[in-house]
Write a protein that binds this ligand. Structure first.
Ligand code: R1P
Ligand code: MN
Ligand code: MN
Length: 407
């Protein structure tokens, strides 16, 4: 009997994937560029100097990054000893979005193409917009373009508050996002609208509708809240989560994991806002979760607050903050448990635009019974799901090769 704890550092890529040119992402490197900016003294806001992440380093992060890129990350001190089993994984899925990355690590790569709204303005089809306005009983809509979510509420928030028209926007991802004010529009009303849009999008094969509530009295203090909700399509096949729950095990979602899996294969869920609170929640779940559990945490802030915002110093601070808490996660493991740190895609904060980047992700594994050393390059994120299947003595999954054998 054993447990698996997966912590996804959302968007923490470690170097352009072999197929990054297909995405215009050749040369992207979320971790490598953050380390480089820090070492060059170009990321000194509320922190300073080279990136200080001794605990991630002890799990083999720098070695994984060097394996993925052929270069050692700048300014990262070599650990005295490597305690983790480390590697770097290529994505098999066609997209570089959050559901694809998570489903693939849970054993189900997305081999079909999502629908996308590719026009930068007038992004959504007119008949779809008309149907949403009618069904949602709306006075109209604002936006209808590709945008950064923080920028668009600055630009259109006041008009939204004045007219009651919700803000519709998309990105390079397969998403329909709706920003609306929690008080003037209403949070429950926003959620209901998203559910209606989810249904109206049926013919378009769009991965997610995302509710983006915000508060504040004007552009100077508009702020998005932790009440974001993602309405994802369900994974196209049973994941390791479904297999474990079907066999009587527990799957605990922390953060937006349950939303990403359309609430399938989850036995309990906890939400928290911010990296410290999400890690604290993970620690408290680890104290009580029974054997044959997966504890699955998504740390969305790396992506939403720093990657998409192209905030290098903020991303570095968040990594340093997580690194300080990492020993608590390692110490909370029971003798048979395994801790896996990974990511779902990249979002290089030094890269043009505000979108994700196609990168290798780190696979850092720690457990009292896991032999340290390199697991090398992995062909698919599904190796994570397959390894957990083998660790928890479940039937093998259709995709992936296990990097874990119980000692
Ligand atoms: O700019 P914000 O609203 O954070 O949106 C980002 O978040 C979405 C979901 O990850 C992405 O598609 C990207 O558009
Ligand atoms: Mn993501
Ligand atoms: Mn994102």
């Amino acid at each position: 009997m054993a447990r698996a704890v997966i912590v996804v550092l959302d968007s923490f890529g470690i170097g352009a994937a072999a197929d990054a040119d297909r995405f215009g992402d050749e040369g992207a490197d979320t971790f490598g560029h953050i380390a480089q900016y820090c070492a060059a003294g170009k990321a000194n806001e509320q922190r300073s100097g080279p990136l200080c992440i001794p605990n991630l380093s002890a799990l083999g992060l720098a070695e994984a990054s060097e394996g993925a890129t052929g270069r050692a990350p700048a300014g990262i001190a070599k650990p005295q000893a490597i305690l983790g089993c480390y590697g770097w994984a290529q994505e098999l899925s066609s997209g570089k979005d959050t559901p694809s990355g998570h489903w693939e690590m849970a054993g189900v790569p997305v081999l079909f193409e999502w629908g996308y709204f590719t026009r930068t303005t007038d992004s959504f089809p007119q008949d779809l917009l008309e149907a949403i306005v009618e069904q949602g009983d709306l006075p109209g809509y604002l936006g209808n373009c590709q945008a950064s979510g923080t920028e668009i509420i600055q630009r259109l928030g006041q008009e939204h508050a004045r007219t009651g028209k919700p803000i519709f926007y998309t990105s390079a991802d397969s998403v329909f996002q709706i920003a609306a004010h929690e008080q003037s529009f209403g949070l429950e009303r926003l959620y209901r609208l998203c559910e209606q849009v989810r249904e109206l999008l049926e013919p378009y094969n769009i991965g997610r509708v995302i509710a983006r509530p915000f508060v504040g009295s004007g552009p100077a203090d508009y702020k998005r809240t932790g009440n974001r909700r993602d309405y994802a399509l369900p994974p196209p096949a049973p994941t390791i989560l479904d297999k474990l729950t079907a066999s009587g095990g527990e799957v605990v979602s922390i953060g937006k994991i349950a939303d990403i899996f359309a609430h399938q294969g989850i036995t309990s869920k906890y939400k928290a806002t911010g990296i410290p609170a999400l890690v604290e929640t993970t620690l408290s779940v680890m104290r009580d979760a029974p054997e044959q559990s997966i504890i699955f945490t998504n740390l969305v802030d790396f992506d939403t607050d720093y990657g998409h915002r192209r905030d290098v110093a903020g991303y570095a601070r968040a990594l340093e903050q997580f690194d300080l808490m990492l020993p608590q996660l390692m110490n909370a493991l029971r003798p048979d448990d395994v801790l896996i740190l990974t990511a779902d895609h990249g979002c290089d904060p030094t890269w043009p635009g505000t979108d994700h980047t196609r990168e290798y992700v780190p696979v850092l594994v720690f457990g009292q019974k896991v032999a340290p050393g390199s697991m090398g390059r992995r062909e698919t994120f599904a190796d994570i799901g397959q390894s957990i299947a083998s660790w928890l003595d479940l039937e093998p999954l259709d995709y992936g090769k296990s990097f874990l054998t119980r000692a």
